[in-house]
Design a protein around this ligand. Structure first.
Ligand code: UN1
Length: 517
């Protein structure tokens, strides 16, 4: 019998990535000391067991951190451009493994194959970015107020970076952090989502080749597996100066409190409740493409997914009809089959949350425009496939205020000026991504102004998802305030030092203070 796994060459992909399939044993990956209970990874695509990994015990964890700390002592001494060379080689290996890793992402997580490849491409892009950056870790120089003094700032490696990543971008978000951390001279300890442990093993095996070929200490990249308990060990650990965590706002609040309690730094990338404003001057065709990809891409499980459309009343019906027609074209099914647009949700718990959201929007006074539902029968055996749904709603509904990680799109209506739409758009607790569709320059600029969108990302004539790695990625309010990826996001991975050097034979004090002995 042909299974999805055999039809799409999963065995070969797993083999290339160094992952043991069930008959061969349990996968641990290079430099992973995990020896605890077995964690099995089931594919949401076909519900089948892919492989298993071992969880990290407290003892394994201790060994991991010691290995990372030892590696840091050596790695920080390597000049930054040479660290960049390591990252360049990693990017090359990712190119070689793009097919296999993209396939695994699609099979273990459930996103479409195209999006799986896109995720690996995002890793390659951040590597390229980091390579250039490794020669540009610039500090400023300042003019001292004292004669014969020089003042400047420099950036030094920080130490061990703890990375907690989510299932929805099981490989890219780790690489945003590691590529920058590595060129910064830091070493990384990664806790991938327990829902996508094999993606973690695969990445670890890829970087391990580079580490070996360059005779570097393995502890530069460490992996720990398990649930929130291992995450707690990481966040509470005073040996880890920076914790970068991606996930729900609920999780982020716990991480933030623990890390702040020991005065560590945290970089948080949490929930979004992203909206597209559609003004009377919008290009409807572009709006539909942007909104549909934003809402159903990754089955609505991106933190940048479009959850709300705020449409001007004058074009409301037109946009609504165009969307409903577009949703009719959507093909839901095996994400490895490129004919399909929408794959499964990550697990049946996510399906329950999706179903609950649809019930709630009706109970709270909304109206379903495109019927949802859980699919069953041939090809849907995993029980994780759902129909993308659209509901008319009000921004004030409790469910609309909440981030549901599923393909549920809420249509909201506004009247009058664009400021009214901006008020609705900003009227949620989260602040990740936002967009406006308009050909009207004045509206666009008002949306981008200080009184416009309050999100970390604000786009014009582009949807809310699919950010490039070159910009800083992250959001305000309950999204957590962190910035990852491009621009100057690297600075959080380094410690800044201000240096003042006196090259005279006097010791004048700043602020003109006299202190004569
Ligand atoms: C996420 O969902 O956690 O902007 C990251 C995007 C992607 C990254 C999303 N480049 O949609």
């Amino acid at each position: 019998m042909t299974t999805i796994a055999s039809q799409f060459g999963m065995k070969e992909a797993l083999e290339k990535l160094g992952i043991k399939t069930i008959n061969e044993g349990t996968s641990t990956g290079v430099n992973n000391f995990s020896s605890g209970e077995i964690l099995e990874s089931y594919s949401p695509v076909d519900g089948k067991l892919i492989a298993s990994v071992k969880m990290t015990t407290a003892e394994d964890y201790e060994k991991t951190i010691q290995t990372a700390a030892e590696a840091f002592k050596k790695f920080r001494l390597i000049p930054a451009p040479q660290r960049g060379e390591i990252v360049r080689q990693f990017g090359e290996k990712l190119r070689e493994n793009k097919q296999a890793l993209g396939k695994l992402v699609s099979y273990e997580m459930g996103k479409s194959l195209q999006e799986g490849f896109g995720e690996v491409q995002e890793m390659i892009d951040i590597c390229d970015f980091a390579v250039g950056l490794s020669r540009q870790l610039h500090g400023l120089t300042m003019h001292s107020e004292r004669p014969g003094h020089r003042m400047y700032e420099q950036y030094h490696p920080l130490g061990i970076v703890g990375i907690i990543s989510a299932f929805n971008f099981p490989v890219a978000v780790w690489s945003w952090n590691t590529a920058l951390a590595w060129i910064s001279g830091d070493v990384c300890v990664w806790k991938p989502s327990e829902k996508t442990p094999l993606c973690g093993i695969a990445c670890q095996n890829i970087i391990a080749q580079v580490i070996k070929e360059n005779n570097l200490p393995e502890g530069i990249s460490c992996l720990i597996n398990g649930d929130y308990k291992i995450g707690e060990m990481l966040t509470a650990d005073t040996r880890i100066p920076l914790i970068s965590a991606t996930g729900s706002t609920r999780m982020g609040k716990i991480v933030a409190q623990t890390v702040a309690g020991r005065l560590g730094k945290s970089l948080l990338e949490l929930g979004g409740n992203n909206a597209i404003i559609v003004t009377p001057d919008a290009d409807i065709k572009m709006t539909v493409i942007g909104a549909v990809f934003g809402a159903v891409g990754t089955a609505g499980q991106r933190c940048t997914s479009t959850r709300r459309l705020i449409i001007h009343e004058s074009i409301y019906d037109k946009v609504k009809d165009a969307l409903v027609a577009a949703y009719r074209q959507l093909r839901i099914g095996n994400p490895l089959d490129e004919n399909n647009h929408v794959g499964p949700l990550i697990d049946t718990h996510a399906v329950e949350m999706y179903a609950a959201a649809l019930n709630k929007v009706v109970a709270q006074g909304g109206k379903i425009l495109v019927e949802g539902g859980v699919l069953s029968g041939e090809g849907y055996e995993s029980g994780c496939y759902v129909k993308p749904a659209i509901a008319e709603a009000e921004n004030s509904f409790e469910i609309v205020q909440h981030e549901t990680f599923a393909p549920v799109l809420y249509l909201l209506k506004y009247s009058g000026e664009v400021e009214n739409a901006i008020e609705i758009q900003n009227g949620v607790a989260q602040g990740l991504s936002s967009a406006i569709m308009t050909n009207n320059l004045r509206e666009a600029e008002r949306f981008l102004s200080a009184t416009g969108s309050d999100c970390g990302i604000a786009n014009v004539n582009i949807g809310t998802s699919g950010a490039e790695i070159g910009g800083a990625f992250g959001g305000e309010k309950e999204t957590g305030g962190g910035r990852e990826s491009g621009s100057d996001a690297w600075k959080i991975y380094m410690r800044r030092q201000t240096n003042t050097i006196n090259y005279t034979t006097n010791l004048p004090l700043a602020q003109g203070i006299k202190f004569d002995l």
